[in-house]
Write a protein that binds this ligand. Structure first.
Ligand code: HMG
Ligand code: MG
Length: 303
């Protein structure tokens, strides 16, 4: 068994985790959450997104969040279009995440454009971002299944990944948006993505845990050589335009599994759990995190 010695965790809780939350979460709480995650030694994080406040009201305070949270680690802000990229330049952030769905129907529901239209809009923007020395992450949604179209052929996902790679993005975050993928298909797709050029492009797995397969999918990805994973503290998350999609795999559950296998992440589990405490009172649904609930149950027995 040859698994990586080190894995990078990209914390997506402040963005993917909160975007779908119905309660308005105070900006100050979001900032406190992000800072607590940084205390846990998270080095890469999606902070927020530049999207329409009419479509995703929870992200309307993006500028205020960024202003308080930029530091010398990698802080991503999501942007789907020209307006989003313009806002990104004005914000002073250095790391951007663009996003497109492989499935046309999903992309239309999410961004109001076809997959090809989104890609065509983004191509010159990515070229410009690269010329300006920005780190560009491309999030590839519905890489396995679409909530509207069903199974997404691997060839279509590989084609979109290749198109992004050709644009010069630094990273591909390949997403199981609705948490329908299972380990064999995950292994096969990530194994195929190894041949993507250039060789130094970073490949990341992004798993929602809707059907409880996320940890198994991470293990399958590790076996295919993937050493970067998006996860969300407390298992928060879900895309407002992907019906049925629940949270991302919980960061603390991923850390427990990786650390137990001797894989270093540099991230402190206890401090991640402490960060979840900051936002937990604002959540309208039960958190999908084994470790968080176990810790709380143990603490109340000991009290
Ligand atoms: P639209 O209505 O087609 O936009 O929405 P438009 O270009 O026609 O413009 C309409 C209005 O929106 C205009 O304002 C624009 O200025 C404004 P008005 O003149 O009416 O006052 N606008 C914007 N405002 C702020 N920021 C922008 C922006 N663009 C236009 N960037 C749009 C198109 C993309 C804006 C809309 O569909 C949208 O905001 N969608 C949000 C989608 C979203 O945030 N989804 C969740 C993130 S993706 C995800 O979760 C998946 C991921 O986790 C991976 C996975 O799990 O799959 C990454
Ligand atoms: Mg997601």
């Amino acid at each position: 068994m040859s698994l990586p010695d080190k894995v990078t965790i990209i914390e997506v809780g402040p963005r993917d985790g909160l975007q779908n939350e119905k309660n308005t979460i105070p900006t100050e709480t979001k900032i406190q959450f992000i800072k607590a995650l940084k205390q846990a030694n998270i080095q890469e994080m999606e902070l927020t997104s530049f999207v329409s406040p009419k479509w995703v009201p929870q992200m309307k305070d993006a500028d205020d969040v960024i202003e308080q949270c930029l530091d010398n680690t990698r802080n991503f802000v999501l942007a789907p279009n020209q307006k989003g990229v313009e806002r990104f330049y004005q914000s002073g952030a250095n790391d951007i995440a663009v996003f497109v769905g492989v499935s046309n129907t999903f992309n239309k529901k999410n961004i109001n454009k076809s997959t090809d239209e989104s890609l065509e809009e983004l191509k010159p923007l990515i070229a410009d971002l690269k010329q300006n020395g920005k780190f560009v992450r491309a999030c590839v949604s519905t890489a396995f299944y679409c909530p509207y179209e069903g199974k997404v052929p691997a060839e279509k996902t590989i084609k979109l990944c290749e198109a992004f790679a050709h644009c010069g993005v630094n990273e591909l975050s390949v997403a199981d948006t609705v948490g329908m993928a299972t380990p064999k298909e995950v292994y096969q797709l990530f194994n195929s993505l190894k041949s993507i050029q250039p060789k130094n492009i970073l490949i990341t797995g992004h798993f929602h845990n809707t059907r409880g397969t996320a940890l198994a999918n991470i293990y399958a990805s590790l076996e295919a050589g993937v050493d970067r994973f998006d996860s969300s503290a407390g298992g928060l998350g879900g895309c407002p335009f992907a019906p049925g999609a629940t949270g991302n795999v919980a960061t603390e559950d991923v850390l427990y599994m990786l650390h137990g296998m001797g894989i270093d992440t540099g991230v402190d589990i206890e401090k991640v759990i402490h960060a979840v405490d900051v936002v937990a009172p604002f959540m309208t649904r039960t958190l999908d995190s084994k470790l968080y609930h176990l810790q709380k149950a143990t603490a109340s027995t000991e009290a």
